[in-house]
Design a protein. Structure first.
Length: 377
């Protein structure tokens, strides 16, 4: 199984919290799409894996003309072997999802939409500098349900000035649409964002960690009551609707990344494309190098397995550790994890270690304690 991730590096406006790669200048958009078609062709050469998922992420994929999205999808079909039940997801922003756009997309090969709602609350949306308001968010999810069965919505909790009550209202609205997938992320303050500057200058005050944790626990309870399975820290799905793209990523399957800043993984190495639209374009046009590659060491692979294992429903298998990394790595993990089992942040069952509800919220911090930083074992 493998996946193709296509990064669309354009957005209408900059959200204050976001440091993903995007540009608000669309001067070379058509040429960049051409370059991405060429990259798809290059990467398809001698590639024999069957593609089971295509994911248009961004940036803002819904910002592209439907025709451009169709060209990229067709290029995958024309150049790669594809599974018959291919999942093709498009990230879409509420302000782009007009009825006209939804109609066009429903006639395309896209069969799953991931809508960037972020919040149904106008005050949150203003603090985020989103291009839509709560009315747009509600209208677009309602309309999208008429055209797509397979829908996900993105939310962000832990917003400055939010409360447990405002978050509960957000969750109430989210579950009322009964989409089969919800991704809900804790707000992170990313380097070089407007939000980071506002926090530094004291113009925005971060929410107390304790309230964020309460919002997180409320979310777990509320979504579990509605039969959502929390299969990864931030991902909730009804049975049978785990995102194929994200699952492939967490289960360390191969994937090909297309477009500026996109990452790829072939089981041994990770590569990342240039995070600059014009430099990417120039390099592809002139047949020059447009990505960097790093071969993962055994320790890198162990650390990645620990990180994703603690974040996901699949956990960390002690047998897998022994079979793939050897007894020394397994012993290191078992020794370091003892204190978290004792504190009930981790639980051991059937030789698999998973995070508890308390532990999941701290998964990344716990993972860093279980990592191997220097190979002296
Ligand atoms: C990079 S966006 C791309 C999708 C689309 N452009 C949008 O804005 O909905 C993917 C998701 O990452 C999440 N995200 C981005 N930056 C974040 C941050 N600093 N904290 C928490 N979530 C973030 C948002 O929920 C967003 O929907
Ligand atoms: S959150 Fe989405 S729309 Fe906002 S800047 Fe980031 S990629 Fe663009």
């Amino acid at each position: 199984m493998s996946g193709i991730y296509i990064h669309i590096p354009y957005c209408k406006q900059s959200c204050y919290y976001c440091n993903f790669h995007f540009s608000t200048s669309t001067k070379n958009k058509a040429k960049v799409v051409e370059a991405m078609l060429k990259e798809l062709y290059i990467k398809s050469q001698n590639y024999n894996d069957i593609v089971e998922t295509i994911y248009f992420g961004g940036g803002t994929p819904s910002f592209l003309e439907t025709e451009e999205i169709n060209c990229l999808t067709e290029a995958v079909f024309n150049n790669f072997k594809t599974a018959s039940n291919l999942e093709i997801t498009l990230e879409a922003n509420p302000d782009d999802l007009t009825i006209k756009k939804l109609k066009e997309l429903s006639k395309s090969k896209i069969n799953r939409l991931s809508i960037g709602v972020q919040s149904f609350n106008d005050h949150d949306l203003k603090i985020m500098n989103r291009a839509h308001n709560s009315k747009d968010a509600n209208r677009c999810v309602k309309n999208a349900k008429k055209y797509f069965d397979n829908l996900s919505i993105d939310l962000i909790y832990g917003m400055p000035e939010s409360t447990l009550e405002s978050w509960e209202h957000n969750l109430d609205l989210a579950v009322s649409y009964n989409t089969n997938h919800i991704s809900s992320y804790a707000l992170t303050i990313e380097p070089k964002t407007a939000l980071e500057k506002y926090v530094e200058k004291g113009l925005v005050k971060l929410l107390d960690e304790e309230i964020v944790f309460k919002q997180y626990k409320l979310m777990l309870r509320r979504l579990s009551n509605e039969n959502y399975i929390n299969y990864e820290l931030s991902s909730f799905a009804k049975d049978g609707y785990f995102s194929k793209n994200n699952t492939a990523y967490w289960l360390r399957k191969n994937y090909i990344g297309i477009g500026p800043s996109a990452h790829s993984f072939d089981g041994i190495s990770r590569s990342w494309n240039i995070s600059n639209n014009n430099l990417y374009l120039k390099a592809i046009e002139e047949n020059k190098m447009y990505y960097k590659t790093e071969k993962l060491t055994k320790t890198d692979q162990y650390n990645e397995y620990v990180m994703t294992g603690l974040r996901t429903i699949w956990g960390i298998s002690l047998d897998f550790l022994k079979d793939n990394f050897g007894t020394k790595y397994q012993n290191h993990f078992v020794e370091k994890s003892k204190k978290y089992i004792y504190s009930k942040h981790l639980i051991l069952k059937n030789n698999v270690i998973k995070t508890t509800i308390e532990g999941k919220f701290l998964a990344d911090g716990i993972a860093s304690e279980l990592f191997i930083v220097k190979l002296n074992i």
